[in-house]
Every structure is written in structure tokens, then in C-alpha cells.
Write a protein that binds this ligand. Structure first.
Ligand code: FAQ
Length: 311
């Protein structure tokens, strides 16, 4: 690596400038961005599945239309992010091969089942809520295409979060059974959402370099704390209890204290052994295989157009 180019790159990062695709960058910077953007893109694509399962069972036409729009947005986010990764020289085919072979990671959160309609609301409220908390700082990430993609993604995530919260508010004005359904879904998702932010800072191998490069702006633990602090008052308005006996306001810290996350369970899921990992991956692979004819047809059409243009 050329020391002069390296110095220029470091100076740009230190000045909080943006790195663009045509700029020189260290291979390790490129690699870490492809790693993170690929994981992020795959999360959006696999993230369509748990809620997608409820499109045919949504309780009203209105809820169905909202859910279809939301799931479609997630697909759009995935495509945006694959495009951002392509600007770093990794093709869509390479990225998909990583996902389909089980080598590439995606967020742990999408390996848990959506058992009732309340899960759809809770995913919007808590999973999208956590996603926004993590993604807002990424709008200021040092890599231009990733940062710019995040602006629109965050706006859409914010709609997703609100629709989930609103669906839950409505359920909480319903019958005892409906309220119990919401509480049960919150009980099952709460701890998994806290783990979404990644391992504690002390056990996060990529954090120091990611922060140095301006890819990560706020640490895993700090984002997790911000999420807890923002969510507790929302839970009160909703009238549900967050399933953590240690959750309490700490006057000295000016933050909520919270209990221990089960990291062994988290890693087990990240490593492929969560309740739905196999189902999610096989559904994705099947969708891709079933779509082969569409890609073939699109390519054949393009070839035909090119041949005509040459005549
Ligand atoms: N799941 O050293 P760190 C959404 C891995 S939101 C699985 O702390 P880093 C929207 C990590 O990759 C979800 N693996 O890593 C939606 C690393 O492994 P590696 C997607 C996890 O990168 C809502 C190892 O642990 N959002 O999709 C997780 O500095 C509703 C060590 O960790 C993003 O991807 C996890 N939760 O920080 C869609 C945001 N956490 O690569 C549908 C962008 C950590 O060394 C419905 N990503 N790992 O083998 C990031 O901000 C970062 O990558 C972190 C992890 C914060 C996730």
C-alpha cells in the first residue's frame, strides 16, 4: 500500500470527509464495508420472511396493505444495499452465493418465529425501532454510497416502526386475549432485540477499527442503552410490561439499568442453530431457484435488444 495514498485517506477520515467508490482506500476498509453492507443487505432480504408469513393472514384489508408495503420496502432496502456493495467491487452474484451457501451472516433477529399477529406489530415497534437506532448514525458513515442509501432507508424504517406501534395500540384497546397476545409477543422479542445491537463493546472485535474509520459512529452498548431508554416510556404508554425485573431508572447514570442478555443463545443463533435458521435459508434459496426463469428471460430479452441494435 502506497504511504502517500494512505496518508491522504487517513487525513480525509480524520477530517470527517466522505470516501467515494473511485477513491483509493485500504483493502481492509473495503473488506470491512463489504462485510457489513452484505450482512445488512441479507438481513433486509431474510427479514422479509417472518412478516411475509402474515400477509395472507392479516386481520383486515388495511393491515394487509400496510404489511405488503412494509415487506416490499425491506426488499427495496436489500437491493439498495447490494448496489452499495457493488460499488466496492463485489458482485450481486457473489453476495447471493455467500448468503445461499450459509457462509454470509445476517441479523440474528430473523431466526425467531412469528407465532401470532401481535408479532407483526412487535417487529415493527421493537425490531424496526432497534434498526433505526442503529441506522441513523450510519447516515453519517464515512463511505458515501452506504451513508446516502441509509437516508431513505431510515425514513422508511420510521414508517415501519410507527405502523407497528399503532397496530399494538389498537390491540391494547381490545379484549383481554388480544392484550395477552401483545404481552406474550413482547416477552418473546424483547431480549432478542437487545442482542441485535451486537456483542458488548468489550467482546466486539470489529468495533475499534470500525469507529476509527468512521463506519461506526456509536458503539454497540451505547446504542443498546439509547434503545432501552427510548423504549421504556413507549412501553408505559402501550400498557405492557418489559420482561426484565432488573429494568429500572438509575438516577446517577441518568439511564435505565437492565438485566443480563443471554449471549450464549445469541451466538448459537448466529452460528446457524437458532429456531428458524434452516427454514429461513431454505425458503430464500427456493425463492431464488424459482425465480431463475425471470432472470433467464430478462437476459434473453436484453440480448435480443442488443442484437437488434447492432443490425
Ligand atoms: N446478528 O464486532 P461486532 C434490518 C456479528 S436491521 C448476527 O460488534 P460489527 C431492518 C458481527 O457481524 C438488521 N451477527 O461487529 C429490518 C461480527 O461477525 P463477523 C440489520 C451479528 O460489524 C427490520 C461479530 O458478530 N442491520 O434488517 C449481530 O462491528 C424489520 C462481532 O460483532 C444491520 O446490519 C447480529 N445481531 O457490529 C428488516 C446494520 N451482531 O462479521 C426487516 C449494519 C453482531 O466478524 C424487518 N450493521 N454480529 O463474522 C452494523 O451496524 C454492525 O455490523 C453491527 C455489528 C452493529 C450489527
Amino acid at each position: 500500500e502506497n504511504p502517500e495514498e494512505m496518508a491522504r485517506f487517513d487525513a480525509r477520515i480524520d477530517a470527517d470527509g466522505r470516501i467515494e467508490p473511485q477513491d483509493w482506500m485500504p483493502e481492509a476498509y473495503r473488506k470491512t464495508l463489504v462485510r457489513q453492507i452484505s450482512q445488512h443487505a441479507h438481513s433486509e432480504i431474510v427479514g422479509m420472511l417472518p412478516e411475509g408469513n402474515w400477509i395472507s393472514r392479516a386481520p383486515s384489508l388495511k393491515r394487509k396493505a400496510i404489511l405488503i408495503a412494509k415487506v416490499q420496502d425491506e426488499g427495496g432496502h436489500g437491493l439498495y444495499l447490494y448496489s452499495a456493495a457493488e460499488t466496492l467491487g463485489t458482485s450481486r452474484d457473489q453476495l447471493l452465493e455467500g448468503l445461499h451457501s450459509g457462509r454470509a451472516k445476517y441479523s440474528s433477529i430473523f431466526n425467531y418465529p412469528t407465532l401470532t399477529w401481535a408479532d407483526v406489530g412487535v417487529i415493527g415497534w421493537l425490531v424496526d425501532g432497534a434498526a433505526i437506532m442503529n441506522q441513523i448514525p450510519l447516515c453519517r458513515c464515512s463511505y458515501g454510497p452506504y451513508a446516502r442509501a441509509m437516508v431513505r432507508v431510515c425514513k422508511e424504517e420510521s414508517f415501519h416502526q410507527r405502523q407497528g406501534y399503532e397496530a399494538l395500540l389498537v390491540m391494547m384497546t381490545g379484549t383481554e386475549a388480544q392484550k395477552a397476545m401483545v404481552q406474550d409477543a413482547v416477552n418473546r422479542w424483547w431480549w432478542k432485540c437487545l442482542a441485535m445491537f451486537g456483542p458488548p463493546d468489550a467482546d466486539s472485535p470489529n468495533s475499534a477499527q470500525g469507529m476509527r474509520w468512521g463506519i461506526k459512529r456509536i458503539s454497540n452498548d451505547d446504542l443498546r442503552q439509547k434503545f432501552v431508554d427510548a423504549t421504556v416510556p413507549q412501553a408505559k404508554v402501550l400498557g405492557i410490561t418489559l420482561p426484565d425485573p432488573d429494568l429500572k431508572w438509575n438516577e446517577a447514570r441518568q439511564h435505565y439499568d437492565y438485566g443480563q442478555i443471554d449471549w450464549a443463545e445469541f451466538w448459537n443463533t448466529v452460528e446457524g442453530n437458532g429456531p428458524c435458521n434452516k427454514e429461513r435459508l431454505s425458503t430464500r434459496v427456493k425463492a431464488h431457484t424459482d425465480g431463475q426463469w425471470v432472470r433467464d428471460a430478462a437476459l434473453a430479452y436484453t440480448r435480443k435488444q442488443q442484437e437488434r441494435a447492432m443490425k
